[in-house]
Design a protein around this ligand. Structure first.
Ligand code: FAD
Length: 542
């Protein structure tokens, strides 16, 4: 098969226009095209009056070798790449069982790959099975009742379960591991279009069902899930040569588990676990992350700004955006985790703290668009003292937000015009905030560092010049957004093991090696492969 890229057709073209365009592009007779399959579909909305659909297609031709020769040197006509996944090892009979801590996307894929290679992993998850967890999550959103062990951050499916389910990432992926992730998601019930859309998303309800289906697959392959089993301690043995080896885990029930190959996929909110690992001498470094708020606009404003007269076309869906501004104070403000047609959600996992994030359903049909509006911060400049200092900084501002919101898990909110003017809001305007259990109008500058406020005040008018109405006086800000990525890295070596503790495989977002569902899942695969290679006496190479 050959892959043809950058094939452009007008928005709303009939289906038969695609094979016709292939035939024309390759300059072949229509009957020389035996079959074709869309490999990727995107839109190019740079010219709003004539939006284009941009395709990559895999084509089967009567004479592929001759066509390839005719197009030698044209990088838009190439052999179709082999994106198939190959296992790197196979478990030996009676092999010990690896342990995976955390059932988020990273732990889920580490567990799945290990199970598919015959390793029968044990997956330990502090939170509940996903249906039970859903009730607890809604308990915070509807009644302001937080369960610190079962919420948006903790429980089966991990942090991305109640999300927009965006499934794209900027990571380098020469082995097409992202394709393996998407293929497994489709097997578990995701719509097949995620394999071809340039910016696929799943939405919350489907993610819940998919997570259940993947659990069943892992169990059928001999894996074992243990829910409500928080790992509270690690046993580390010092070998005579001075090298530290992980030997076991202690659960909060007091039960001890022997384990010398452990994938640590605990996500960015496992602050108690990070503290424990630091106390046990596991190498941890502070790393940059971002702080800010959520911003909401009616989705129709964003659709009009991005798609002009084509707004609402069914092939386009709800419009997304991505913005960035370098400020005079040296900070960068950017949009983060944009959720078209979704809602702002309460994403706290600790009592007495308020955190925002965003989610949507597959249809992306809710009234508002939301996005994080965040400012990059670094350990060197903002929390230099300790590897865990970023966590304390997050906590400080989450507590301020809790108090400013009225101490009942309502979030502090402000109209954009009032934020720019430095005065508390007293009434809503055109934009109704979607955050539940509710929003308390106030002055958000009380809940954010001064430099963050200054940077956001500079960036908002600049963003308004890129997206009309972005800086509309009534756009709604809700805070605080603190869990943009992990504030630390549990550094690993080339063999994927902790720099100073063999047998511990830090993985995913919490360890600082991923940011988002897809990259966390890909990291889970890579770490599972490293574990499998180590358990079968082979070397892992990153
Ligand atoms: P997590 O998903 O955080 O999973 C870690 C798991 O470990 C949790 O289930 C936790 O309960 C468990 N755990 C923690 N400590 C312990 C312990 N001591 N013992 C046992 N278990 C433990 N990303 C996207 O790409 N697209 C999106 O649209 C998107 N939207 C999001 C919306 C929301 C509301 C949130 C909160 C996040 C969103 N993200 C999104 C980010 C994405 O969810 C994360 O990047 C991803 O889930 C990280 O995966 P992970 O497996 O590394 O960690």
């Amino acid at each position: 098969m050959l892959r043809l890229t950058e094939l452009k057709l007008p928005l709303g073209h009939p289906p038969e226009a695609l094979p016709a365009a292939i035939v024309a592009r390759l300059d072949i007779a229509p009957d020389a095209l035996l079959s074709h399959r869309v490999a990727r579909r995107a839109n190019d909305a740079r010219r709003r009056s004539s939006i284009l659909m941009v395709y990559s297609v895999d084509v089967e031709l009567a004479d592929e070798a001759a066509t390839l020769a005719r197009f030698a040197g044209d990088h838009h006509v190439q052999p179709t790449p082999d994106t198939g996944y190959r296992f790197v090892a196979r478990a030996q009979e009676g092999a010990p069982r690896p342990v995976v801590i955390g059932a988020g996307p990273c732990g889920l894929f580490a567990g799945l790959i290990l199970a598919q290679m015959g390793f029968r992993p044990i997956i330990l998850e502090r939170g509940k099975v996903v249906r039970e967890r859903t009730k607890d999550t809604w308990g915070l959103w509807r009644r302001g009742e937080l369960n610190p062990e079962s919420n948006v951050q903790f429980g089966e499916g991990g942090a991305g379960t109640f999300s927009d389910g965006k499934l794209y990432s900027q990571i380098k992926d020469p082995r097409h591991l992202g394709r393996k992730v998407l293929t497994e998601f489709v097997k578990a019930g995701a719509p097949a279009e995620i394999l071809t859309e340039a910016h696929p998303h799943i939405g919350t309800f489907r993610l819940v069902t998919m997570v259940e289906s993947m659990r069943e697959t892992i169990q059928e392959l001999g894996g074992e899930y243990r829910f409500e089993q928080r790992v509270e301690d690690v046993e580390i043995e010092m070998a005579p040569d001075g090298i530290r080896h992980l030997r076991g885990l202690t659960l909060h029930s007091g039960e001890q588990i022997d384990a010398d190959h452990v994938v640590l996929a605990v996500g960015h909110s496992a602050r108690d676990t990070f503290r424990m690992l630091h106390d046990r001498g596991v190498h941890i470094e502070a790393k940059p992350f971002s702080l800010g708020v959520r911003i909401e606009h009616p989705q129709s404003w964003i659709d009009r700004a991005r798609f002009g007269p084509c707004a609402g076309h069914p092939d386009l869906g709800a419009a997304a955006y991505s913005l960035s501004h370098h400020c005079s104070n040296g900070r960068t403000v950017y949009s983060f985790c944009m959720c078209p047609g979704g809602r702002v959600v309460a994403a706290a996992s600790e009592p007495g703290r308020v955190v925002t994030n965003g989610m949507s359903q597959y249809s992306r049909a809710e009234f508002n668009a939301n996005s994080g509006l965040v400012v990059g911060i670094t350990p060197e400049r903002d929390y230099p003292d300790h590897p865990l200092a970023g966590i304390e900084l997050q906590r400080r501002w989450e507590e301020r937000a809790f108090v400013a919101g009225g101490s009942d898990y309502s979030a502090p909110g402000q109209r954009l015009e009032d934020f720019l003017a430095g005065r508390p809001s007293t009434a809503l305007g055109e934009v109704t905030p979607s955050y539940k259990p509710g929003v308390t109008l106030t002055d958000l500058a009380r809940c954010l560092p001064e430099f963050v406020v200054a940077a956001m005040r500079e960036a908002l008018p600049a963003f308004g010049r890129q997206i009309p109405n972005y800086d509309h006086p009534d756009a709604m800000l809700t805070g605080v957004e603190t869990r943009t990525s992990s504030p630390l890295r549990i550094t690993r070596g080339r063999d994927f093991q902790s720099l100073n503790t063999l047998g511990l495989y830090p993985a995913g977002e919490g360890a600082g090696y991923a940011g988002g569902i897809l990259s966390a899942a890909v990291d889970g695969i890579r770490v599972a492969e490293a574990v499998a290679l180590a358990m079968t006496g082979q070397q892992a190479t990153p």
